[in-house]
Design a protein around this ligand. Sequence first.
Ligand SMILES: C[S@@+](CC[C@H](N)C(=O)[O-])C[C@H]1O[C@@H](n2cnc3c(N)ncnc32)[C@H](O)[C@@H]1O
Length: 226
Amino acid sequence: MTIKAVKSALRLAYNSQLFHRGFANVSKLQRGETPRREDIDRLQAGWGNSGWSGDSTFLQAACWLAGACNGPILECGSGLSTILISALPKLPGAALYSLEHMEEFRLKLKAELSRNKLAADVVAAPIRSYGEFDWYTIPDDLPKEFKLVICDGPPSQTRGGRYGLLPVMRERIKNALILLDDAERDDEKAIMLRWQEEFGYSVCPLHSPDGTVALMIPNSMKDAAN
Ligand SMILES: C[S@@+](CC[C@H](N)C(=O)[O-])C[C@H]1O[C@@H](n2cnc3c(N)ncnc32)[C@H](O)[C@@H]1O
């Protein structure tokens, strides 16, 4: 075995330990509690998909909202966020449905969920054309109404990026909050503007040293609350 191979094996073993430690702490959380940043950092290191997994601010915000949600949750773009949300104690009815267009990632995630005895529906959702833009294929048996959307996909090279969420899912998410990751990027800013103008949403940005996430609230929900 070369020194390089030994170093790589040691790093893998160390990261795996980090993952287990982070996961063990998250599994002990009570309902309403949000994972601590150091445990999210451990899970990120252990999951080993840096550059693609949500940052700590996004993951904490996703957990905070999911923990308070009392209905189905739609996730666009699966990964570590799916594991974290699945591991949290949730309110009755808060089942997680995660759209994933890459079969390889979907199978890897399903194996990890099952290894950790977690329940989430990782939905095979190939990207398809909707005319002006591309977005996930939506199976007919997905719930008709969601209360929360965690939006971290599809990847930015998709035609139209994340825009398709509103035109495709509009009826099913009309009473849902949307947490959008990467809201500091120009593409996401343009999408948020279109969602505001075309579908009637308000934006609450949350800036952090990691980046910006945005909470999108349907104006109809705000009006009903006033
Ligand atoms: C931003 S990632 C979603 C990350 C997920 N929400 C998380 O926190 O781990 C969006 C999509 O990119 C794809 N993806 C994830 N890792 C990738 C990688 N290393 N290379 C290429 N595509 C990747 C997957 O299809 C995923 O659904």
